[in-house]
Design a protein around this ligand. Structure first.
Ligand code: KIV
Ligand code: ZN
Length: 514
């Protein structure tokens, strides 16, 4: 069995998904979850892109141990030095340098000829080598690069010291046959290929990212770049959970495996979905809510007789819990921490106490507290920092002719403010407008959703609000047994995020123009 290196780029390419920005606390949570999942390499960000990205990579490099921490850089001195600086405190680091090689990119984007590309690739890898031994080189848009030139660039990068050569299908153009041939040609024609690991980074524009990555493995790739839930630019990247379970389930064919702790797949998927606000579709392979649900009578009958009749993987192998009816109002702190751990969260000290208090309040209101309720409470805590506006109380009245009057009290640190708004397009609009008044932020709501996070008529509602502020989209979430309160919390959460992006533009996930 060959070991395939799993390179996770949820925090870099994944964060480039529109609306998927994460703040520093969330990035640290996700990075720790990736370590628990036992990914080999975490691409933590693109340090030159913004001060916020630099800080995130540096913080992950300093605080998260157990996986190699990687930072992305273009092939120029400034980018590479910035990545080297961000990573300098990591016990185990990698710099990932990239430079486009396809004819389209050479001519229209870079305006460089082939010689210049080779010269820069060599110089970039050599400079990165000054910071650490572990260097990955990516010829961007490799899948559309002429194979002869690709072989030349890859040979030059390895000659300069690259230890991994990554072959990106940047625009998701490759088919499995195309990808397989490309990798095979590199294996057969690059004389020093044995000095580096071949990696692939497949985008999913044609829905082929996982299939293309599998064919690459068949043809000699030893690393796969992927993201949790397959998030990433446009249609996203190869989904980590799908590629890992494909290799594991069909080890008979691929004769390759990974070190991934597969029982952490569902908790990690849930965490990433919750911090990015990108929902996992119900029928998504491996981690979707319906992935192991059998509806047809014939299937259910077969399952009762022998689960292998209709199941090629066991739900518990990917982290679905057998029962998710868990805690009640008599449950203690340790039980909560334990349950949270199973759901993919680390709770201790003050944070455990805060979540515990919220849990007790919920257990008083609700008869049964489900896993999803607990996850929702924790996510809500992660979403709101102490330096941001918090909801203290709200009051909503409707006059005889149906005109709403909303009064809201918010608190930020020691500061407390109350205001009222009369009118608006209904009660929610009135509540949102008071929040705009108090926080002094004018926003436009672009999307609004509410759904229940568990079962029963006392289920908590989770609301998601997408709002636009200064040309950027900010997503907020809120959870409560009262859907009006959930919506108010979601709006406030999005406003806090918007405010944070103006106070410190580095908090924005939008990359500077490259
Ligand atoms: O898609 C791509 O080409 C990339 C590179 C930076 C590897 O994300
Ligand atoms: Zn990419």
């Amino acid at each position: 069995m060959r070991n395939i290196v799993i390179f996770d780029t949820t925090l870099r390419d994944g964060e480039q998904s529109p609306g998927a920005s994460m703040n520093l606390t969330e990035k640290l949570e996700v990075a720790q979850a990736l370590v628990d999942l036992k990914v080999d390499v975490i691409e933590a960000g693109f340090p030159i892109a913004s001060p916020g990205d630099f800080q995130a990579v540096q913080s992950i490099a300093r605080n998260i141990q157990g996986s190699t921490i990687c930072g992305l850089a273009r092939c120029n001195d400034k980018d590479i030095d910035r990545a080297g600086e961000a990573l300098k405190d990591a016990p185990d680091s990698r710099i990932h340098v990239f430079l486009a090689t396809s004819a389209i990119h050479r001519e229209f984007k870079l305006k460089m000829d082939k010689e210049e590309i080779i010269r820069r690739a060599i110089a970039g890898v050599k400079r990165a080598k000054g910071y650490c031994d572990n260097i990955e080189f990516s010829p961007e848009d490799a899948a559309r690069t002429e194979i002869d030139f690709l072989c030349e660039v890859v040979e030059a990068a390895i000659g300069a010291g690259a230890t991994t050569v990554n072959i990106p299908d940047t625009v998701g153009y490759a088919t499995p046959e195309h990808m397989g041939t490309h990798i095979k040609q590199l294996v057969d024609r690059v004389p020093n290929i044995d000095k580096a690991i071949i990696s692939v980074h497949c985008h999913n524009d044609l829905g082929l990212a996982v299939a293309n990555s599998l064919v690459a493995v068949e043809n000699g790739a030893g690393q796969i770049e992927c993201t949790i839930n397959g998030i990433g630019e446009r249609a996203g990247n190869c989904s980590l959970e799908e590629i890992v379970m494909a290799l594991r389930t069909r080890a008979d064919h691929y004769k390759a495996g990974t070190g991934i702790e597969t029982s952490r797949l569902v908790p990690t998927s849930r965490l990433v979905s919750s911090v990015t606000g990108i929902e996992v579709q119900r029928n998504k392979a491996i981690v979707g809510r319906n992935a192991f649900a059998h509806e047809a009578g014939i299937h259910q009958d077969g399952m009762l007789k022998n689960p292998t009749t209709y199941e090629i993987m066991r739900p518990e192998d990917v982290g679905f819990q057998k029962t998710n009816l868990v805690l009640g109002k008599h449950s203690g702190r340790a039980a909560l921490a334990d349950r949270a751990q199973a759901l993919g969260y680390h709770l201790e000290g003050e944070k455990l106490q805060e979540v515990f208090e919220e849990f007790k309040k919920l257990a008083d209101k609700k008869k049964e507290v489900y896993d999803s309720d607990i996850a929702a409470i924790i996510d809500q805590r992660v979403a709101t920092g102490d330096d941001q506006w918090q909801l203290v109380r709200y009051e909503l009245k409707l006059s005889g002719d149906g005109i709403p009057a909303a009064t809201v009290t918010l608190k930020r640190g020691e500061e407390e403010a109350t205001d009222t708004f009369f009118g608006g397009d209904g009660p929610l609009d009135a509540l949102f407008r008071v929040i705009e008044k108090i926080t002094d932020l004018k926003v436009v709501v672009r999307d609004y959703r509410v759904h229940s996070v568990s079962q029963g008529k006392d289920a908590q509602g989770e609301s998601t609000v997408d709002l636009e502020y200064q040309g950027r989209l900010h997503r907020g979430r809120g959870v409560s047994t009262d859907t009006i309160e959930a919506s108010t919390l979601a709006f406030l959460n999005a406003v806090n995020r918007a405010a944070l992006s103006t106070a410190a533009p580095e908090n924005s996930a939008v990359y500077t123009k490259l």
